[in-house]
Design a protein around this ligand. Structure first.
Ligand SMILES: NC(=O)c1ccc[n+]([C@@H]2O[C@H](COP(=O)([O-])OP(=O)(O)OC[C@H]3O[C@@H](n4cnc5c(N)ncnc54)[C@H](OP(=O)(O)O)[C@@H]3O)[C@@H](O)[C@H]2O)c1
Length: 229
């Protein structure tokens, strides 16, 4: 069945790979991008491959863009079946050296932006009895793996993980919400020395975004296998 999936931060990196793989599986993808031109370029690159893709402007630092995007999608008559909270920011500083705006950016992109999107989209998923939410997290936000990431990154990814656990308890089982770590991926964030391609990094998110009805919810995954929080 063809589903519509919104992917944030989809103009490049892992998000673009997630969007392309979802579209290659026959889904319709909405590419969230804070830069309209970059989002449109990315969507066009997928349409050139014959895929069903459109861009939507979402800057997770600007709540009004989230509200407007969801409103416009609703007005166009589209229903969103899946959400991949992929956008991410990495401020490479110890926690106490961050500026207010770097701290706020990390919180907005990894926590409050995803919550706002989920809050807007879930009420439309529940009556239709289907929803897939994927939170692109990181081993750097895992207590079990030692919270290794730079301050705001690790702390806000841990918060995204906590959000995943909490939401899985509050949502009906037809709405599946899971977190995943893509591994170390060759993107602007991961750098050229990383061990995985964007397609490899995207695989587990795509799997979680297309889970069957008996699939897991409330878990944390890497390489399609459960990992510790
Ligand atoms: N690469 C890795 O090794 C690695 C490892 C573990 C986890 N992750 C996670 O994987 C996800 C994707 O990362 P990536 O490696 O693909 O990084 P990336 O290439 O740096 O891409 C990050 C994406 O997030 C977007 N973004 C940043 N701030 C935003 C905002 N305020 N509103 C909307 N979009 C925003 C960027 O948009 P612009 O183009 O406008 O900047 C870009 O599309 C992130 O959540 C990251 O934390 C990555």
């Amino acid at each position: 069945m063809k589903r519509t999936v919104l992917v944030t931060g989809a103009n490049r990196g892992i998000g673009l790979a997630v969007a392309r793989q979802l579209a290659e599986r026959g889904n319709s993808v909405l590419l969230g991008s804070r830069d309209s031109e970059a989002g449109e370029d990315a969507a066009r690159s997928l349409r050139r491959l014959g895929l069903d893709a459109a861009a939507v402007r979402i800057d997770l630092n600007v709540p009004a863009t989230i509200d407007a995007a969801v409103n416009d999608i609703g007005k166009s008559g589209r229903q969103i079946d899946g959400l991949v909270n992929n956008a991410g920011v990495l401020h490479e500083k110890p926690l106490l050296e961050l500026t207010d705006s770097e701290l706020a950016d990390s919180v907005a992109v990894h926590l409050t932006g995803p919550i706002r999107l989920i809050r807007l989209l879930v009420p439309n998923m529940i009556p239709r009895g289907y929803g897939r939410i994927v939170n692109v997290s990181s081993g750097w936000g895992s207590f079990a793996e030692g919270m290794g990431g730079p301050g705001a990154y690790g702390v806000t990814k841990a918060a995204l993980n906590a959000l995943t656990v909490r939401l899985a308890k509050e949502l009906p089982p037809t709405i599946k919400v899971n977190a995943m770590c893509p591994g170390w991926v060759r993107t602007r964030m991961g750098g050229e020395g990383a061990t995985r391609s964007p397609d490899e990094g995207a695989d587990t998110a795509v799997w979680l975004a297309t889970l069957p009805d008996n699939g897991p919810t409330g878990g944390f995954f890497r390489d399609r296998k459960p990992i510790e929080w």
